[in-house]
Design a protein. Structure first.
Length: 120
């Protein structure tokens, strides 16, 4: 599961538990100017993530963790698609983040609120 933290300057994604050891132990830090949108999207989280890129794991219906290439580079951390959010990015290393979070609706609302403040 991912812990998504929104600060005034950037969005930070930190993996928790064993996923941190097997996926990415350093947090992802993304400036707000690179964040396009965020949405709750279980269907996207169920889709095939693409070809593995670097250290990553894909067990269909169980876990998608790491970097994948499918029309662009995306980072995945999903075991339960019902708790997944998709964050669309531009101009950075990743084009998209697909993350399982504790409360998808609250996470998306927090990201959108920060985006509204940054864009005003």
């Amino acid at each position: 599961m991912a812990l998504v933290l929104a600060t005034d300057t950037h969005l930070t994604v930190r993996l928790t538990g064993a996923r941190r050891a097997f996926g990415r132990w350093r947090p992802l830090t993304i400036p707000w100017r690179q964040v396009e949108a965020a949405r709750v999207d279980a269907a996207a989280a169920r889709a095939f993530p693409g070809a593995r890129w670097g250290v990553s794991s894909y067990l269909p219906g169980v876990l998608s963790l790491g970097s994948f290439r499918k029309g662009g580079l995306s980072f995945w951390d999903v075991a339960d698609p019902e708790r997944a959010v998709v964050v669309e990015l531009r101009g950075g290393k990743y084009d998209r983040l697909v993350l399982e979070v504790e409360d998808p609706a609250a996470t998306v609302a927090d990201i959108r609120a920060h985006l509204d403040r940054v864009r005003d």
